[in-house]
Design a protein around this ligand. Structure first.
Ligand SMILES: *Cc1c(COP(=O)(O)O)cnc(C)c1O
Length: 522
């Protein structure tokens, strides 16, 4: 069935609930298949049977959804999910196959699927099948990365992969290193923690600790990390046009006395803009401050020879945040924190007798505990390693280039659209902001309200997931925009043209509805 709205090819929504198998009668005692373990030589057999149930349920759920997200809005989604999955803790189980069929199908049917080209709101990538398949192995083997005796080979793999990623970020440094984290939030937290500890070690910094200087464009996790670490409130400076202004940072640093950490962003979350890293590095150096770069979004530009120059200056940073569950196509979580010298990680060292006893270390067992703030830790490195090997640097670079090209094509389509307008100025890495021209005709607050309503309308109809961002317009006014974050490694501008018509059409429909209301538009 065709959707008839230019959507690129997922068959029509069939969410009528028909065809859902009735759960079999529950049994009091679990069967052998229900308690099979996933590892060892027999595990794959049990896992294979159940995996085929999972794969069928995924396909059925996606077909029933028939679009990038479930229609009907939050209440309808909650009702369907509860109807399918209740009770979640039955007195007697339904067995592994039934449970997987039911739960996976329900979650798939109700998913916002980033593999749909019209699911573009966030830095929420469609994971590559190779990475998802590797993650199955991670779950089956379950190495825990906090001690060698739980992860003998996985620990070595992590060492090799983090060394390679550190060298990618810091090719000219002798001993760079990197940690695997749960994402940009944890990477930024650890970066600020390490800065705090350096400040504490190098001088009597007083109770205040290191002062973070960042832009209004910085990710909220930077401010939250400062709060969590008991650091003074960060100095937040101007970002004309969405980029951190080196002159403003210069003035901010001139007003500080203690140690400071400038946090720049390479790929802002709202716009994908890269702060002027070389100039910020120079300003920081002039004041004896350190630089941390949050490249959660933009870091993977390093995979592409053509795009890596956009990150010139990155090597001046003492630490760099980088996410592979954004441009990197990993299922969450796949975060990285790179540091320019392995010695910088020393403050994370920790002794716990049951995990890394001193005599175990003397006898040659590697100490892993200082590689994370977490204790039990998933081997997220496994899927990363499989992906790096499968695609190579150039293969990943080509995917990053594809997304950047798609964003350019998408911007051209916006510019050519009679009912839409793009945010003036450069476009971000793979992010494009736009809004209906109808929103400009209304008074400012009403215009922004129309933009917000277009987004919610598309969500409620289950037709597209478009983001929102507040950003400066040409006249300096901050307005609300629709945001498309293009991370699909295969979608093209052509696949996205219909999305623009859909947004324009939603704006027109909302205006018509409001015009018919007695009190006029809100
Ligand atoms: C996404 C993002 C983060 C947070 O990363 P998580 O992986 O969601 O924890 C931090 N900084 C920037 C610039 C981001 O885009």
């Amino acid at each position: 069935m065709s959707r008839g709205d230019g959507h690129p090819g997922i068959p029509g929504r069939g969410a009528d609930g028909a065809g859902r198998p009735a759960p079999p009668a529950a049994t009091a005692a679990p069967g052998e298949a229900d308690t099979a373990v996933a590892g060892d030589t027999q595990g794959p057999l049990a896992l294979g049977k159940l995996t085929s149930v999972v794969l069928d349920a995924l396909a059925e759920g996606a077909a029933a959804r028939g679009g990038p997200l479930p229609g009907g809005g939050p209440d309808a989604v909650a009702e369907r999910l509860r109807a399918a999955c209740a009770p979640v803790l039955p007195e007697h189980g339904t067995g592994a196959e039934e449970a997987l069929r039911t739960v996976v199908r329900a979650v798939a049917e109700g998913a916002a699927d980033p593999a749909d080209p019209w699911c573009t709101a966030h830095l929420h990538c469609p994971p590559l099948a190779v990475a998802a398949a590797a993650d199955l192995a991670a779950a089956a083997l379950n190495p825990s990365m906090d001690s060698w005796d739980q992860a003998p080979a996985a620990a070595v793999l992590e060492q090799e992969v983090t060394a390679a990623l550190a060298a990618l970020v810091y090719p000219r440094w002798n001993a760079p290193d990197a940690l695997i984290t749960s994402g940009g939030t944890e990477s930024n937290l650890v970066a600020l923690l390490l800065a705090r500890e350096r400040a504490r070690a190098t001088r009597a910094a007083g109770a205040a600790g290191v002062r973070v200087v960042c832009g209004g464009n910085a990710h909220h996790s930077v401010r939250r990390a400062a709060w969590l670490l008991g650091l003074p409130e960060p100095v937040v400076v101007d970002c004309p046009g969405g980029r951190l202004d080196p002159a403003a940072v210069d003035r901010a640093l001139a007003g500080l006395t203690g140690p400071a950490l400038v946090v720049a962003t390479a790929g802002t979350t709202d716009e994908g803009l890269v702060d002027p890293l070389p100039r910020l590095a120079a300003v920081a150096a002039r004041h004896g401050a350190e630089l941390h770069v949050d490249a959660a979004y933009g870091g993977p530009l390093l995979f592409s020879d053509r795009l890596a120059p956009l990150l010139a200056g990155l090597e001046s940073a003492v630490s760099v945040t980088l996410d592979l569950h954004k441009l990197g196509w990993q299922p969450a979580a796949a975060g990285v924190l790179a540091v320019r010298d392995t010695e910088l990680l020393a403050p994370l060292a920790l002794r716990a007798d049951y995990l890394n006893a001193e005599d175990d270390g003397e006898a040659g067992l590697p100490d892993l505990l200082g590689r994370s703030l977490r204790t039990t830790r998933r081997p997220d490195v496994l899927k990363i390693a499989a992906t790096l090997r499968a695609l190579g640097r150039s293969g990943l670079g080509a995917l990053v280039e594809h997304c950047v090209r798609t964003a350019r094509d998408f911007a051209v389509l916006v510019d050519a659209h009679p009912a839409l307008r793009r945010r003036p100025g450069g476009i971000g890495i793979s992010t494009v902001l736009f809004r209906p021209v109808a929103a400009d005709a209304a008074p400012p607050a009403e215009g922004d309200a129309l933009v917000a309503e277009v987004r919610r309308r598309l969500l409620a109809e289950g037709r597209a997931v478009v983001g929102r961002a507040v950003a400066e317009d040409a006249d300096g006014t901050r307005r609300l925009w629709l945001k498309a974050t293009l991370l699909h490694p295969r979608a093209t501008g052509e696949d996205l043209a219909g999305l623009l018509d859909l947004a324009a059409d939603a704006a027109a429909r909302i205006r018509t509805t409001h015009a018919q209301e007695p009190e006029g538009p809100r």
